[in-house]
Design a protein around this ligand. Structure first.
Ligand code: SF4
Length: 354
């Protein structure tokens, strides 16, 4: 059965089915989930799944044409086969009223085998996200991932052979990793040509093995500023290679922001926005410097035009970029002009009408 090869760019509604983390062979160093003991709690029943999905759809402003049921859990293909079958069967049932819709899940690269793909073949799985985290075997070993970069490359190739849309998750700030190492991971992911990526800076979470290393001084996380700079470079790398970055920074959940859950690390509830803000600051500064190399003839107002979707990214959180432009270029006014004729991620000098 041919799989959907639709791009991640296409607007679809993702219906998340939250399951407690399951299917992990052990605990990775940065993860705060309880190590799997081999005893799996009861899976949600069809009614529970249906009510979760319907509740989610009720809160959406408009009814989408296409949905994907996303099974979020640690390691989907690491679950016992009975559980995989139950979840896929229930999700397929929920999709009956939604033509062209499907299922997505995330899983470890070492769970993707020909046998596993044969096992799920009959279900409308469209997208598989692989937790690669790094493409450096030493870094993977230090994080106790239990798989290698080769496993990731092999998994991507196998999924593509079976026509699945493939996404890859990577992390920055892993123990023993460096910004140069993370960029190398980025380049190796580009070579695998996934449809999309997610970039997660490591956080030191309570009760994770990394928390111990942090507390005894063996691990120091990068600062928020360093992480934003690195993720910006990664975002540019993927963007230049036409690979969509669908997420930067962990999703903020009530549990995550509960006081004391994050011990350290570059957490910000709008991490992705900070990355865009940094990118647009650099981009606009380059444009301004190219137009006014001596910064003399600028006058006291700068006008910058961007695509309407980029206005808030150029302005920055709470207009932070505007303040930075004023300080850096010694101007009194900075005007941001939306221009739908421009392509996204570009900045040009705008004209100021008097
Ligand atoms: S990082 Fe992923 S694979 Fe590792 S323990 Fe956590 S959920 Fe499982």
């Amino acid at each position: 059965m041919p799989r959907s090869s639709k791009s991640a760019n296409r607007r679809i509604l993702i219906v998340p089915i939250f399951l407690p983390q399951r299917g992990c062979p052990h605990q990775c160093i940065f993860c705060n989930q309880i190590t799997i003991t081999g005893v799996y709690p009861k899976l949600p029943l069809r009614e529970e799944l249906r009510s979760q999905a319907e509740q989610f759809l009720t809160y959406q402003k408009c009814r989408p044409n296409r949905i994907q049921i996303a099974i979020f859990g640690g390691n989907f293909l690491g679950l016992p086969h009975d559980d995989i079958l139950t979840l896929l069967t229930e999700a397929t049932h929920l999709l009956k009223a939604w033509p062209d819709s499907g299922i997505r899940f995330s899983t470890r690269p070492d769970t993707i085998t020909t046998e596993q793909l044969e096992f799920i073949r009959e279900f409308p799985v469209q997208t598989v996200e692989i937790g690669a985290q790094s493409m450096n075997d030493f870094v993977l070993a230090r994080s106790k991932r239990g798989h290698t970069a080769k496993d990731t490359a092999r998994a991507v190739a196998l999924l593509k052979q079976h026509s699945y849309e493939v996404g890859i998750q990577m992390m920055t700030g892993l123990p023993a990793d460096t910004p140069a190492g993370a960029l190398e991971t980025g380049r190796r992911i580009v070579a695998l040509a996934p449809a999309f990526v997610r970039i997660y800076p490591v956080l030191v979470l309570k009760n994770s093995p990394l928390a111990k290393q942090f507390q005894n001084g063996q691990y120091t996380p990068p600062s928020l500023e360093e992480s934003v700079t690195l993720v910006k470079q990664l975002w540019q790398l993927f963007n230049q290679n036409k690979i969509t970055v669908i997420r930067m920074g962990l999703q903020v959940s009530a549990t995550l922001i509960r006081k004391g859950e994050i011990l350290a690390g570059p957490f910000h509830p709008a991490f992705g926005h900070l990355v865009y803000e940094a990118f647009f600051f650099d981009k606009a500064a380059t444009v301004i410097k190219a137009a006014f190399p001596d910064l003399q003839s600028m006058g006291d107002t700068i006008a910058l035009s961007v695509h309407p979707r980029d206005v808030s990214k150029l302005r920055g959180l709470n207009n932070r970029n505007i303040r930075r432009f004023k300080k850096r270029f010694k101007v009194t006014h900075v005007k941001v002009l939306p221009d739908s004729g421009l392509s996204q991620n570009s900045v040009v000098l705008g004209s100021i009408k008097s």
